[in-house]
Design a protein around this ligand. Structure first.
Ligand SMILES: *Cc1c(COP(=O)(O)O)cnc(C)c1O
Length: 398
């Protein structure tokens, strides 16, 4: 039974969401997360998944999960500190620590909860957290729950960060928190410069490597490997390139012991299922030997970016699987996305307030599983629609 009063009130609030063009709805997928799927009954090439190495539907992960599923059952039935901790949680944590080259690691139920757990427990009252303007929502929420102050610095602006660090003498401890790869702009955080600033101002560095784990660096270890630096705390997710589910924190043994005792999103959460741990474990074994796939992914990224730029598009970000193509006007970006769907391509329009006004965009992501033929179709669709909607010139070459 619906409560009419409550529904009236909520409808009023939803009307405002709709008026600003930001009402969201679910899209039903009818197959595994590969590059070709059926969405809402229509065949689509997906250029928006986080399955960067194609592992989410890899047979080896399915087999690993299935075997342990039969042995351990479906749910873990308890928090890690009660009855939810199995040998597979331990094996996976050891694996993550070895992969990230840290002393230890701790699993959380998601990357979201890992960020919230770290930021709400570690910085204390009287401390300050410097947070990049474009950091992920889970970092923002973690900062909100923290008793420390938060100071936002301009996106990857090291001058601004330094000025703010200079001004922070009244605080006891300083933390700098940043995404490794930014999810809407595809920028790589300048972690080498952040580390240098952190060392000269005595700050601790927390990096959220959700989009970089498995992707950046020679062995896919992430932003740290890419720059050859060792931040104090590395956070990540098992749900993107790793192809499974869950989150983690990697760092010193003492840090992990502290989080196990103080991070509320760890303590008061049921452990992820052992079968999922086994799948993620298998994924890390594959990632360690996926140099070729990473090279292939990078060449696909470069091909798409170069071709779009040649057509006259403004493409943001560094060479990461996240490729934001600027359309500008909000309504044009929405029209562009729906024309793409008609051409059989699924990639969402990202609008304000997620991005700045005038910077509405199509956010493409590419995976190592996209074939050259699929990329050709993507590029010819961008050529066609861009001319139709006057985003690129009539004379633009394909
Ligand atoms: C996806 C993402 C997360 C959240 O990870 P989940 O495991 O999906 O909860 C956190 N931070 C960043 C930067 C992300 O892109």
């Amino acid at each position: 039974m619906a409560n009419v009063k409550m529904d009236e009130w909520l409808n009023g609030r939803l009307d405002k969401t709709k008026e600003s063009g930001l009402h969201r709805q679910l899209k039903t997928m009818h197959s595994a997360p590969c590059s070709k799927v059926v969405i809402n009954g229509r065949n689509q090439l997906v250029f928006s998944s986080n399955n960067y190495l194609g592992l989410a539907n890899d047979e080896r992960l399915v087999y690993a999960a299935e075997t342990i599923l039969h042995e351990f059952g479906v749910g873990s039935s308890g928090s890690r500190l009660t009855t939810g901790h199995t040998e597979w949680h331990q094996k996976l944590e050891n694996k993550i620590a070895a992969f990230k080259q840290t002393e230890a690691a701790l699993l959380f139920s998601s990357g979201y909860l890992a960020n919230v757990g770290v930021l709400s427990s570690l910085p204390e009252k009287g401390d300050v957290v410097f947070s990049d303007q474009l950091n992920h929502a889970s970092i923002i929420d973690g900062c909100r729950l923290s008793r420390a102050d938060t100071i936002i610095y301009n996106h990857v602006d090291m001058k601004d960060l330094e000025e703010k660090l200079k001004d922070s003498d009244s605080y006891r401890r300083r933390f700098i928190v940043t995404d490794g790869v930014f999810s809407m702009d595809g920028t790589i955080a300048p972690l080498d410069q952040i580390m240098t600033l952190a060392r000269s101002y005595g700050a601790f560095v927390i990096v959220d490597d959700a989009h970089a784990t498995g992707v950046l660096g020679e062995n896919g270890r992430g932003t740290s490997e890419y720059f050859g630096v060792s931040p104090d705390i590395v956070i990540g997710t098992l749900s993107k390139a790793v192809g499974a589910e869950g989150g983690f924190v990697a760092g010193s043994r003492v840090l992990i012991d502290f989080l196990l005792n103080h991070a509320r999103t760890f303590i008061f959460q049921t452990a992820i299922p052992p079968s999922i741990c086994a799948a993620a474990y298998a994924a890390f074994e594959i990632i360690e030997h996926s140099k070729e796939k990473r090279r292939l992914l990078l060449s696909r990224i470069k091909q798409i970016k170069n071709s779009l730029e040649k057509m006259g598009y403004t493409v943001k970000g560094d060479d990461t699987p996240i490729i934001p193509v600027i359309i500008g006007d909000t309504y044009k970006a929405v029209a562009f996305a729906s024309r793409l769907q008609e051409e059989g391509i699924y990639a969402p329009a990202i609008r304000p307030p997620t991005v700045a006004i005038g910077e509405s965009r199509i956010r493409l992501t590419v995976t190592a599983d996209h074939s050259l033929k699929e990329i050709d179709h993507l590029l010819s669709s961008f050529h066609l629609i861009g001319k139709e909607l006057n985003v690129i010139s009539e004379a633009a070459l394909l």
